[in-house]
Design a protein around this ligand. Structure first.
Ligand code: GAP
Length: 451
């Protein structure tokens, strides 16, 4: 029977730590709530998520340009965007155990933790406040950005003036955002510091509804194209009364995590709210001049806004499997005897494009210098093209299992036949099937698998 939360999440968190994917932050000091660090394999995985998004949203599109704006911005931005006024949660404290709760999560008059008496709800600003310069005074207050989007809106005019974009067009950005989140995080699902991938797609107001529908579907399909099971994804339309202060319509793409259906990405029709607000507060003309109609207008904007960390977590959770396999399923390549009975293997069935390491190169025996030499030559040849790993330690079965746990799709084993026929064994992570490929074809063979 498949494992259920919380056992499954615990196993995933533990695999992530054991295999260098994600570590608790500041662990030697007892950790830091809702904050995590990506380890050597985690950073490769997360970089792949960002790279694929960027290729899809910027590189392959003539109508979208990229941007990398600063985290700290003039505090007027947050006044204009509405975050200073609107971006807060009502919180309730327990007078006895001092724990804090979102007012929405409290269902009776007592503390859910210790049944102590509760305070009245107080508004709590979700933006992190900081001070610029040597003096902590009101004049020097600014905030860590809670979304990357505002850097796009404040550069709207710069992009219009410095590039040849014409409506409809988009500006995309990947970057850190910060929120002083109170509710516990479910691993990297909700953290204080996270990365967003956001696109602001500017359109003629009359085509906003159609563009909203297009982006909604495109973003859903993106997760599926990277291997997420279709039955684990769904759309969740927001009720009009629950819409964020800037939005005319919002649909979330949700994934069924072990802790329940939760938002991966929100697609919003923000209307002209942001440009109108920035125009008003800055006093600058942010209108778009339409060459054809010779009219000025404030475009509407469709915003697919996702979390890189949430997407990475969904890919990890969806890829995670524990399965019972026969010990014979990992016989030494090139023949030999595998063990009897069965064992459990943990495997990350990540899409090859997402996998941190694309191939592991394994000489069958470390003691044979001829095999080691060929293996190291293959490693040197592939290294400039993909992240590959050379591993000669332990039985080949153990080495396969290690690679299964970090999601490496292909293991290349060099055995005694390689010396004569110049081929190697390729073992596939998911099927565990093996086949032989010529050493000279390896580079193009792996390249084809990553398409
Ligand atoms: N610009 C719109 C915006 O920021 P949002 O729904 O508040 O919208 C967009 O955030 C995405 O950012 C979410 O769908 C989620 O993937 C990610 N995100 C938001 N808060 C997060 C947090 N505390 N930790 C991790 N990811 C978060």
């Amino acid at each position: 029977m498949p494992k259920q939360e919380p056992e499954l999440m615990k196993d995933i968190v533990s695999l992530c730590k054991r295999r260098g994917i994600i570590y608790p932050n500041s662990e030697i000091y007892g950790g830091f709530a809702n904050t995590w660090d990506y380890g050597p394999y985690g950073v490769l995985l997360k970089n792949n998520v960002k790279k694929i998004w960027w290729e899809e949203m910027v590189q392959k599109r003539a109508d979208i340009v990229g941007l990398d704006s600063a985290i700290l911005m003039n505090p007027k931005v947050w006044e204009a965007s509405g975050h200073l006024k609107e971006f807060h949660d009502p919180l309730i404290d327990c007078k006895k155990c001092k724990q804090r709760f979102k007012a929405d999560d409290i269902t009776d008059a007592k503390c859910p933790n210790c049944k102590g008496e509760l305070t009245e709800a107080k508004e709590f600003q979700l933006m992190f406040k900081t001070f610029v310069g040597p003096v902590e005074e009101d004049k020097s207050v600014t905030y860590l950005r809670p979304e990357t989007a505002q850097g796009i809106f404040t550069n709207f005019k710069n992009v219009l003036d410095s590039t040849r974009v014409k409506l409809p067009f988009g500006i995309a950005q990947i970057g850190k955002a910060f929120r002083n989140e109170i509710t516990p995080g479910n691993f990297t699902f909700r953290t204080l510091e996270f990365e967003q991938f956001e696109l602001e797609y500017f359109v003629y107001p009359k085509s906003a509804d159609a563009e909203f529908k297009k982006w909604r579907q495109a973003r859903f399909d993106w997760y599926i194209s990277l291997g997420i099971a279709k039955n684990k994804l769904r759309f969740q339309d927001h009720d009009k009364k629950d819409l964020a202060h800037y939005a005319k319509a919002v649909t979330d793409v949700e994934y069924e995590f072990p802790f329940g259906w939760s938002e991966l990405e929100g697609i919003a029709n923000r209307g002209d709210y942001d440009l109108a607000q920035h125009q008003k507060v800055s006093g600058q003309d942010l209108a778009y001049f339409d060459e054809e109609t010779k009219e000025k207008l404030l475009p509407f904007v469709i915003e697919p806004s996702g979390g890189v960390d949430r997407a990475t977590l969904a890919f990890l959770v969806d890829a995670y499997a524990e399965e019972s396999v026969s010990s014979k399923s990992s016989p030494p390549a090139g023949g030999g005897v595998g063990g009897g009975g069965s064992e459990t293997r943990t495997v990350l069935r990540l899409h090859p494009k997402l996998a941190p390491i694309k191939a592991a190169i394994l000489p069958l025996v470390k003691k044979d210098p001829k095999l080691v030499k060929i293996a190291k030559e293959i490693y040197e040849e592939l290294k400039p093209h993909f992240f590959v790993e050379y591993d000669e330690d332990g039985t080949v079965g153990k080495r396969y299992r290690r690679q299964d746990e970090i999601g490496t799709p292909f293991c290349i084993t060099i055995d005694s036949d390689s010396l004569t026929d110049k081929t190697v064994t390729i073992r596939h992570r998911d099927s565990m099937k093996q086949g032989r490929v010529k050493i000279t074809d390896l580079l193009s063979w792996i390249t084809d698998q990553l398409k």
